[in-house]
Design a protein around this ligand. Structure first.
Ligand code: AMP
Length: 286
């Protein structure tokens, strides 16, 4: 597997490979790879002749009080893992390479759906994501790009951006990869102490409780959210940022479940912010 650090090298490599019409699948990541990231790469491997992954901890999507400086970074380990699942080329630019002037005068902003859920506590986050993904799309020019349902709002933002701005790329969503006990895999799980790791299971348990109620016929979101909140509140030192049930596309909160909805939550376990979600309804998760 090739590891490239400059935009010029990436463009030359891609242009050379594309000559015979090979399809490029692309997985943008911030590294510290786990099975969640690798599951995206495995799907991309099946659907494309060339698979490109990027590793870039994007300063533009971190708030001033967030973990940009401490975010786990290990390019050597990531390269080994990516190679094992068949990634052909890894793009790992420095921040100076991607942002020779920082902050840039040009950014990409999706409105409305970025103002809900995680957008409330992380102002500017989705602008940072949309801007870096636009840059990466322009550099790699993939046919398909792969995103995890784990960051549900992010996928909806990217899909909206791609539709609104006519990017010639297909966005594919890959289901959430979980640990054996149900905790959604995340690079940030590494921050959890052993005891916090145990308490973090309440996210998954709250989502399970929600699924059970839904299957028994409950459709009132207020009642479902109450039960989820009670489950999480049983734990010590856990702060709920939000528990919401929203239309799966517009991300508007709903009172009654109809069609497909996303049940999304963000919770602080100690000082680590974790998110998780499930889909309910027509396109329910199993
Ligand atoms: P990140 O490195 O956190 O920016 O994530 C890169 C990509 O991997 C995003 O599209 C995430 O949604 C996806 N991802 C992260 N964790 C998981 C997971 N547990 N299951 C599936 N996809 C994931």
């Amino acid at each position: 597997m090739l590891v490239l650090k400059t935009i010029k090298e990436v463009r030359e490599w891609i242009n050379g490979k594309r000559i015979n019409g090979k399809k490029v699948g692309f997985i943008p990541t911030m590294g510290s790879l786990h099975e969640g990231h690798l599951s995206l790469a495995r799907v991309a491997r099946k659907e494309n002749e060339l698979v490109v992954m990027s590793i870039f901890v994007n300063p533009l999507q971190f708030g001033p009080q967030e973990d940009y400086m401490t975010y786990p970074r290990d390019l050597e380990k990531d390269s080994r893992l990516a190679e094992k699942v068949g990634v052909d080329m890894m793009f790992a630019p420095s921040s100076e390479e991607l942002y020779p002037t920082y902050p840039q005068l040009t950014t990409v902003e999706v409105t409305k759906i970025t103002e809900k859920l995680c957008g409330i506590s992380r102002p500017g986050h989705f602008k940072g994501v949309a801007t870096v993904v636009t840059k990466l799309f322009n550099i790699i020019m993939p046919d398909k790009a792969y995103f995890g349902q784990k960051d549900y709002q992010q996928v909806q933002v990217i899909k909206k951006m791609v539709g609104d701005l006519n990017f010639p790329v297909e966005i594919r969503t890959v289901p959430i990869k979980r640990e054996d006990d149900g905790l959604a895999m995340s690079s940030r799980n590494a921050y959890l102490t052993k005891e916090e790791r145990q308490r973090a299971l309440c996210l998954q348990e709250a989502l399970k409780a929600c699924q059970v109620l839904y299957r028994k016929g409950e459709r009132k979101t207020e009642r479902i959210i109450k039960v989820m909140k009670e489950r999480i509140d049983r734990e010590q030192k856990i702060g709920i940022e939000y528990i919401k049930i929203c239309d799966a596309i517009t991300l508007e909160e709903v009172q009654d479940i109809e069609g497909t909805v996303v049940v999304a939550l963000a919770v602080k376990v100690g000082s680590t912010r974790l998110i998780d979600n499930i889909l309910l309804g027509d396109e329910e998760d199993v």
